[in-house]
Design a protein around this ligand. Structure first.
Ligand code: ADP
Ligand code: CDP
Length: 206
């Protein structure tokens, strides 16, 4: 059984996926962390973020390990843990360019499809491209201001700067961010985190 939770930036995907996964006693998988890892490694190596050939060669030479757990995913390259560095503003600013490269998307998708079920998968295209046969699909939204206010609690920048960056990332991510036709869309704006988790759990098949 796979449950997919897609949605726009900072709509609550990873927090909701974690809560749902914990309630079900299964891991959740953050696809965004793989795009963020590709971006961080590319930046550190001084690569052009639109140079798919160089990026892929670098990713293949530095194999990563995604550890999907219910309470939070971790990413390692060799002995080095990258997790804490993946949510920086410089990764935020570059990740959509990396995620636009079909070669990088194929690299991420292959890793996700190799994971053992069951799990909750969160991202942009989990219910559309990667796991179209998932048992239950959700798509989270919230207004740009609500999302920026939430993310401002996790980043050093102020709300207007974060809102501008989120809106720009939504624009760059439009192609892969359409909800699946069979996804239940949830506006998380007026809800608490626990209410969103409860709404997802109440819609799961027996
Ligand atoms: P995403 O994975 O979509 O970027 P996150 O899970 O990181 O989003 O959520 C952003 C922040 O919003 C988190 O700190 C989360 O706890 C908080 N949050 C506050 N209210 C809600 C809500 N109703 N639903 C989901 N997340 C919420
Ligand atoms: O948590 P937030 O929504 O801010 O970001 P994320 O889910 O970690 O995703 C980071 C970026 O990766 C997104 O802005 C997209 O560019 C890309 N992404 C994607 O293209 N497809 C996915 N399935 C997941 C993420």
């Amino acid at each position: 059984m796979i449950v997919t939770i897609d949605g726009v930036a900072a709509s609550g995907k990873s927090s909701v996926a974690s809560g749902v996964a914990r309630a079900l006693g299964i891991p959740y998988v953050s696809s965004g962390l793989l795009y963020r890892t590709a971006t961080l490694l590319g930046l550190e190596a001084g690569l052009e973020l639109n140079d798919a050939t160089a990026l892929l060669a670098h990713l293949r030479a530095n194999p990563l390990r995604l550890e999907p757990r219910a309470k939070g995913n971790r990413v390692w390259v060799g002995e080095r843990e990258l997790t804490a560095e993946l949510h920086s503003s410089r990764v935020d600013a570059g990740v959509s360019r990396v995620a636009a490269l079909p070669e990088v998307r194929a690299w991420v998708d292959a890793q996700l499809r190799a994971l053992p079920e069951p799990f909750v998968a969160e991202g942009r295209d989990m219910g559309t491209n990667v796991f179209p046969h998932a048992g239950a699909k959700f798509y989270l939204t919230a207004s740009p201001r609500v999302r920026a206010e939430r993310r401002a609690k996790e980043r050093p920048e102020d709300v207007p700067a974060i809102e501008a960056a989120l809106t720009e990332r939504d624009r760059l991510d439009t192609v892969q961010s359409a909800p699946a036709p069979d996804a239940r869309v949830i506006d998380t704006g007026p809800l608490t985190l626990d209410e969103v988790i409860g709404a997802v759990l109440s819609e799961l098949p027996e």
